[in-house]
Design a protein around this ligand. Sequence first.
Ligand SMILES: NC(=O)c1ccc[n+]([C@@H]2O[C@H](COP(=O)([O-])OP(=O)(O)OC[C@H]3O[C@@H](n4cnc5c(N)ncnc54)[C@H](OP(=O)(O)O)[C@@H]3O)[C@@H](O)[C@H]2O)c1
Length: 253
Amino acid sequence: MELKGKTILITGGASGIGLEAVKQFLENGSKVIITGRNQAKLDAAKKLHPSIITINSDVANAEDAESLFKEIQTLGGIDILYNNAGVLSKPQNLGITNEAHFETAEYEMSINYLGVIRLNNLFMDMLKSRKESAIINTASILSYVPLNLAPTYSASKVAVRFYTDSLRNHLQILKSHVKVFELSPPLVSTAMADGVNAKTITPEELVKGLIAGLKKDNYKIRIGDTMAIYFLSRFLPKIAWNLINRNSNAKQL
Ligand SMILES: NC(=O)c1ccc[n+]([C@@H]2O[C@H](COP(=O)([O-])OP(=O)(O)OC[C@H]3O[C@@H](n4cnc5c(N)ncnc54)[C@H](OP(=O)(O)O)[C@@H]3O)[C@@H](O)[C@H]2O)c1
């Protein structure tokens, strides 16, 4: 798809992969709107890229999402909705057999999965009305093989991936031209990956891959190790599981 002249909304665009996406979409001639929950981070992103519009909005909050939609309507709408906002609870809050785990699960699902559906539903008619439009949903390498230390984060990402496949299929049956992309990053060197002792790629490499995939209309954008894990998970699932979980320490569970 063409990116030049398009307006893109990037949720969680004030740091990490989202902030790098701001830079590269601007370089490709797009107009950029970002959201996040932290005003100081939004202000810093605006200082770095003065042409962007920043809106304080939480994807897990229905009222925030509705006011976001109205504000974007008055700004002239968007052509691309990039659902990037996501959270991964830190290992001290993980584990699967304790009661606290329910809260972790609820928090991760409300942002990583339900937040995506909420915004896609709100913006669907707007996207359908544009000449060429797209939704990008962020899954993960962990949507192919779960990380033992991040059970509901992994579950939230496989939910995003299956939902993304269904949404694409439904829209094709309805003969809608809205393109639906899955982005499945490997481990990327952002705050989310802090303290993880494993091979990472940079946000710059990841977003380059995303943009190349969008331009080629490659609907399943699996970057770096995600592609290897995808194939291994189909044909040699035990090896794939061991590779993802080799640094997991049973004492942390
Ligand atoms: N880094 C990795 O290794 C990796 C691998 C696979 C997939 N991913 C996915 O890639 C996406 C970006 O991750 P990242 O590595 O860039 O993480 P990050 O550096 O922690 O950035 C996440 C961004 O999302 C925002 N955010 C979180 N919750 C939000 C909410 N409820 N509403 C609005 N914004 C929210 C955060 O800002 P505020 O806290 O200020 O709101 C932050 O700017 C996520 O979906 C993540 O799951 C990351």
